[in-house]
Design a binder for this molecule. Structure first.
Ligand SMILES: Nc1ncnc2c1ncn2[C@@H]1O[C@H](COP(=O)(O)OP(=O)(O)OP(=O)(O)O)[C@@H](O)[C@H]1O
Ligand SMILES: [Mg+2]
Length: 526
């Protein structure tokens, strides 16, 4: 697409001679342009407040404001309009002054009409290039970032700039299939288009869903992203022919309606923006896959080490425990001897639990897969920890739909995951008032998704990458081995599922476990 202005450019003719105005208007209209006329500078400036022109053809010698005065007034307001000056008695000097003051060119009256029309074409071409350069520069900046979080505000701000707009809303189709605001910039933060997108990618109510369009006012639509707008451009974001969202830019203070040229600029820019968004999405997926690979390699090597160490310690530990228990049966012990022995016994038992955890973590036996009733499992797990939660003063809520389909896995292992996540949440929130853990389950993209949302301290971004590592813990020495989450991660991975965390420091943490559906798994097996 090229923003060729051969047709439909907006041109303003300023001349005190009615004949010239008429002549130029009819000739340029025949050429396909949209022409307005003004009989003096004041009227010209007034018209320019109302709409945007690509070209002004202005007479030098007019009563009231002179052509040169009009020229500088226009330049001050509109840096990117082309201006051609006309004069009856040209001197080199006036020509130079006009050019110095930013005129595109200069033509002498009485002019040859063909010559003037050729000049008009050339100046409009230049205007096109000027607009294109803006788009090009904006495109360069948006391709500098592959992080969606950085990219979206850049796209938003660039579109404000290149389209002289006052506000912009970028919406993407979210996981629930609805358009949701992902970035906005400018005067007001426009709200969300609430209507859902159809499964086939079409939109039931937005007329500009398939075609970029200029919308006047709210276009008779009750959508917040258009509210307050005088003129808007709404544009679908298409990546590889698929809708990924839309951009809506509005003019609110700037009262000039968007023109066809603006629409063409928006078309080019939006296609670049959609591509950049697509790149960022792909990059994100790649990053995730790489992180998973690194994590599983780390787990495998640490697992081997841990298994070796655990095995070596197991036998001497069994001996320590055995002898301690044997000695405890001695009736001739003093009180203090008995107390010391009991300490040896209980600390050795604690070691044994850690060793068992380690072995569990490293033992990569394949789970015995079967149907898992996640709802029932959540309820029984919550039953197990209810007392601990009560003592800790933390509430726990469960939302599981009655018709949740079966997941595919080993019930015992899945329960271990649930128990670990619930326990971590309790430990994070212990002691303070108003703390709550919400456990919910739903089907999401052919998986059963279980969320553990707490309103505890959350997890700082810089340690979020470490919490799934074996032995990573923020607990004081002796209070946690830091194996809980790495065991969970390993189990979920063996199930062909995923485990991740979303958290903003200070705003709680949400752990999300996704497990395959029984139906999907058995269909593949069959
Ligand atoms: N819900 C949560 N809120 C805040 N931080 C959490 C949460 N869950 C886990 N963490 C952080 O992740 C770290 C690692 O958790 P993990 O379960 O692997 O080990 P741990 O709980 O410290 O020790 P262990 O599970 O062996 O008792 C924790 O020490 C804590 O810093
Ligand atoms: Mg833990």
């Amino acid at each position: 697409v090229s923003p060729s202005t051969k047709t439909n450019a907006k041109i303003l003719v300023v001349d005190d001679e009615g004949g010239i105005r008429q002549l130029l208007k009819s000739e340029l209209t025949v050429d396909g342009h949209d022409v307005k006329t003004a009989c003096d500078g004041a009227e010209a400036l007034e018209l320019m407040e109302q709409e945007k022109f690509q070209l002004v053809i202005c007479d030098m010698n007019m009563p009231k404001l002179s052509g040169l005065e009009v020229l500088s007034a226009i330049r001050e307001r509109e840096p990117d309009v082309e201006i051609i000056m006309m004069t009856g008695f040209a001197t080199v000097e006036t020509a130079v002054t006009a050019m110095k003051n930013g005129a595109y060119d200069f033509i002498q009256k009485p002019f040859n009409l063909d010559e003037l029309l050729a000049l008009v074409d050339k100046s409009l071409e230049k205007n096109d290039l000027r607009a294109l350069r803006g788009v090009y520069e904006a495109s360069c900046t948006i391709f500098q970032s592959v992080e969606l979080r950085e990219l979206l505000p850049i796209i938003a701000n660039s579109s404000l700039k290149i389209l002289n707009a006052d506000s912009v809303t970028i919406m993407a189709i979210n996981q629930a299939g609805k358009l949701a605001v992902t970035a906005s910039a400018g005067i007001h933060n426009a709200g969300c288009v609430k209507c859902p997108v159809n499964l086939d990618g079409t939109h039931p109510t937005l007329p500009f869903w398939d075609q970029p369009a200029i919308v006047a006012g709210t276009g008779g639509l009750d959508v917040p992203c258009l509210s307050g707008a005088k003129s808007s451009i709404a544009h679908p974001l298409l990546a590889a022919g698929k809708h990924v969202g839309m951009i809506v830019v509005n003019r609110i203070r700037n009262v000039k309606p968007f023109s066809q040229v603006d629409l063409r600029i928006a078309t080019i820019f939006s296609s670049q923006a959609a591509q950049a968004i697509q790149n960022a999405n792909l990059y994100g997926q790649l990053q995730e896959a790489r992180d998973q690979l690194v994590q599983s390699e780390k787990m495998a090597s640490i697992g081997q080490l841990a298994a070796g160490v655990a095995h070596e310690i197991n036998n001497p530990l069994a001996a320590i425990l055995g002898f301690a228990q044997l000695l405890l049966e001695d009736t001739t012990l003093t009180e203090s001897q008995r107390a010391d022995l009991q300490t040896i016994n209980s600390e050795s038992l604690r070691c044994r639990t850690i060793i068992q955890d380690l072995l569990q973590f490293s033992r990569r036996r394949s789970p015995q897969m079967g149907a898992v009733d996640i709802g029932a499992l959540i309820k029984s797990t919550v039953g197990l920890v209810q007392h601990d939660f009560m003592v800790a003063g933390v509430d726990i809520n469960v939302h599981v739909p009655a018709d949740l389909p079966m997941a595919w896995g080993e019930t015992g292992l899945v329960q271990q995951v649930l128990l670990n996540l619930v326990t971590n949440a309790r430990q994070a929130m212990e002691g303070k008032q108003g703390h709550l853990l919400e456990v919910s389950a739903a089907v999401h993209e052919k998986q059963v998704s279980i969320r553990f949302k707490d309103n505890g301290p959350g997890i700082p971004k810089d340690i979020q990458g470490k919490i799934f590592d074996p032995f990573f813990t923020t607990k004081p020495v002796g209070q946690g081995t830091g194996l809980g989450l790495s065991i969970c991660y390993g189990i979920v991975q063996q199930h062909g599922g995923s485990l991740r965390v979303e958290s903003d420091s200070g705003k709680g943490a949400t752990f999300i476990v996704e497990l395959p559906l029984e139906a999907a798994a058995t269909r593949i097996a069959a």
